[in-house]
Design a protein around this ligand. Structure first.
Ligand SMILES: [Fe+2]
Length: 333
């Protein structure tokens, strides 16, 4: 039987042996973007309570926050803090964000649009809750110290995981269900279509995610407003966007076919005595060219969408200019 302490010591020795000690030092890079979006890129946060936050007054007086980019993952994480006796402005967003209170204590009011009354949750260190989809919530610090909380969500990773899980369930359970009833050949054909559809679905998700990033960067807004901006953009410029999308997909397919041809063509040399030795460096060169081609394609697509979006944004700004009225509550959610 191995005790937890000796298991931890063995793990520690193993990591030190592998030269991975720096993994746990908590070092990282601060990427300054704009208030509310400054990012701390790291793979380990040793102390949630003491990590330095940056000022973000838009969401509540004296508020601070930092976004995390954790080990290149797609998981969303950020920390926010509000000073003693203040609150975070009420807001709402999609489901899945978990709020974990680090220090301070107080309460949170939750309500749906049109509700007559609030739900109230008391919190202190260690309390976790997940505000449901589009439910408004507003945190109040009633303690003697600033209140700090960590928000965690799966982000794009959850969409990928659910898509692949749905696909696997369909193929595996479907295969079992049709056994003995339909020709397996017919089922193989359906499964192949499902595989193609998974590819199309992931492409669409990545495409929408790219547009969302562009909208958020150009408009300097959060996810919810960014999503609304993307919906407006697609409605207004559907033909142009579809045109760019189709050209990009065609180029990716052509580049994939060309690289597969080059790869197998170079592979044939392996059968020629002596000259065959050149196959390894040649395939390496093919990989490099392929990587550069895809990188270039990606950047070209980004540039094309960005140009389209900026055109749309400036047209919209010009159209709105004449019709703008001042609102007494001119802040965002
Ligand atoms: Fe929230």
């Amino acid at each position: 039987m191995v005790s937890p302490a000796s298991a931890a010591a063995a793990q520690d020795r193993h990591l030190r042996g592998a030269g991975k000690q720096e993994y746990f030092s908590g070092e990282g890079d601060l990427i300054t973007v704009r208030p509310g979006n400054h990012m701390w890129e790291t793979n380990f946060v040793p102390d949630l309570g003491s990590i330095e936050l940056k000022s973000w007054g838009d969401r509540g007086a004296g508020g601070t926050n930092i976004m995390f980019v954790l080990a290149d993952g797609t998981m969303h994480a950020h920390i926010s803090e509000m000073p003693v006796g203040t609150y975070k402005k009420g807001h709402r967003h999609g489901p899945g964000l978990h709020v974990l209170f680090v220090h301070g204590s107080g309460y949170t009011l939750l309500w749906y649009y049109g509700d007559k009354d609030y739900k109230r949750i008391e919190w202190k260190h260690g309390v976790v809750f997940a505000p449901p989809d589009e439910m408004f919530h507003q945190h109040f610090d009633t303690s003697q110290r600033p209140a700090r909380y960590l928000a965690l969500g799966f982000g794009l990773m959850l969409v990928y995981a659910l898509s692949v899980a749905g696909y696997l369930a369909f193929v595996l359970y479907g295969y079992r269900a049709v056994q003995g009833r339909v020709l397996i050949l017919g089922w193989t054909f359906i499964a192949a279509i499902a595989t193609g559809m998974l590819g199309v679905w992931i492409t669409v998700i990545n495409f929408l995610y790219l547009l969302l990033q562009i909208a958020m960067a150009v408009e300097a807004v959060g996810v919810a407003q960014g999503a609304r901006a993307v919906a407006r953009f697609i409605r207004a410029e559907v033909r142009e966007i579809a045109g760019v999308f189709l050209v990009v997909v065609a180029l990716v397919v052509a580049a994939t076919l060309a690289s597969a041809l080059a790869w197998s063509g170079v592979g044939l040399i392996a059968f020629v005595p002596l000259v065959g030795l050149a196959v390894f460096p040649l395939q390496l060169a093919a990989l490099l060219v392929r990587g550069l081609a895809f990188e270039y394609l990606g950047l070209t697509a980004l540039g094309a969408y960005l140009t389209l979006y900026q055109g749309h944004a400036s047209q919209r700004a010009a159209a709105l200019d004449g019709a703008r009225i001042a609102t007494p509550l001119g802040h965002t959610a």
